[in-house]
Design a protein around this ligand. Structure first.
Ligand code: HEC
Length: 238
């Protein structure tokens, strides 16, 4: 009986000690030292940094293996087109550093520039360089319209519903332009995603009514939300 009591007492004591330790400096230090001190640096000249909404943003971010959620990230500031951004204290778990588009939950939607493997595991400073138009619209143009849509919308000698989604033509073909297929609404109505034909076409099963059902074109909800977010935030071109 006595033995059991002493075991209980020593358990309670060591628990009290643990709690006491947890409250002080030691806890904070363990966070600061969570990593091997690697630093990533992004430099370059960009345009279109300023029109990103809070729901999506451009970031310099570190990712662990097979995980789309950033372990560590820093928003690319829109104060200047000349970017010189430093991300420090990158944890050991990070195997890939990217300039990318992240969602509010820090999930990667698109990678713009990346480095991985030995290049980043062995060096203390990881250098990334980038340039070009990184506006929300241009990202959608390059990652969405150019990759699949142009096959049927102006990339060859066919343009479904007369709609050109090729670079340089897509913006003026959609924004504020009446839909051919859905009467009474515009293809893109700035500020009103759900009232835009583009939103409806990509999300509504039209197998029975249209020549081509678009719902399997974009299966990622993150990408559909990115397009909606562009429209809701004024559908700006640059
Ligand atoms: C396999 C061919 C094909 C692909 C790929 C395709 N479309 Fe279409 N699209 C069409 C056709 C055909 C129509 C006209 C439908 C009809 O007449 O029934 C159309 C119509 C549309 C319309 C309606 C335009 C209006 O004025 O009402 C929009 C918007 C549209 N497509 C957007 C897109 C986007 C965005 C993509 C890429 C994510 C895409 N399409 C990919 C064939 C395609």
């Amino acid at each position: 009986m006595n033995k059991r009591l002493s075991i209980i007492i020593s358990c309670v004591l060591s628990l009290a000690l643990l709690v006491a330790c947890d409250d002080g400096d030691i806890y904070e230090k363990s966070i600061v030292h969570d990593g091997n001190g690697r630093t990533a640096k992004l430099t370059g000249h960009f345009s279109g940094l300023s029109n990103w909404p809070t729901s999506h943003y451009l970031a310099l971010a570190g990712f662990a293996k097979d995980n789309d959620f950033a372990v560590i990230s820093k928003i690319v500031p829109s104060t200047s087109d000349d970017v010189d951004l430093v991300l420090s204290n990158i944890p050991d778990s990070v195997e890939r550093v990217e300039l990318c588009v992240l969602s509010r939950l820090r999930k990667r939607i698109y990678t713009l520039v990346s480095k991985s493997g030995d290049e980043i595991v062995t060096s203390d400073t990881i250098l990334l360089k980038g340039s070009g138009d990184v506006s929300m619209f241009n990202i959608i143009q390059e990652q969405v319209f150019n990759t699949t849509c142009v096959n049927c919308h102006g990339g060859s000698n066919f343009a479904g519903a007369g709609l050109y989604l090729t670079p340089g033509l897509s913006y003026s073909a959609m924004v504020g332009k009446p839909s051919v297929k859905l009467s009474g609404i515009n293809i893109v109505e700035p500020g009103d995603a759900s009232g835009s034909a583009l939103h409806k076409v990509l999300r509504t099963d039209s197998t029975k009514t249209w020549r081509y059902d678009h719902t399997s074109e974009i299966v990622s909800h993150d990408v559909l939300n990115l397009i909606d977010s562009w429209i809701s935030n004024g559908a700006e071109e640059h």
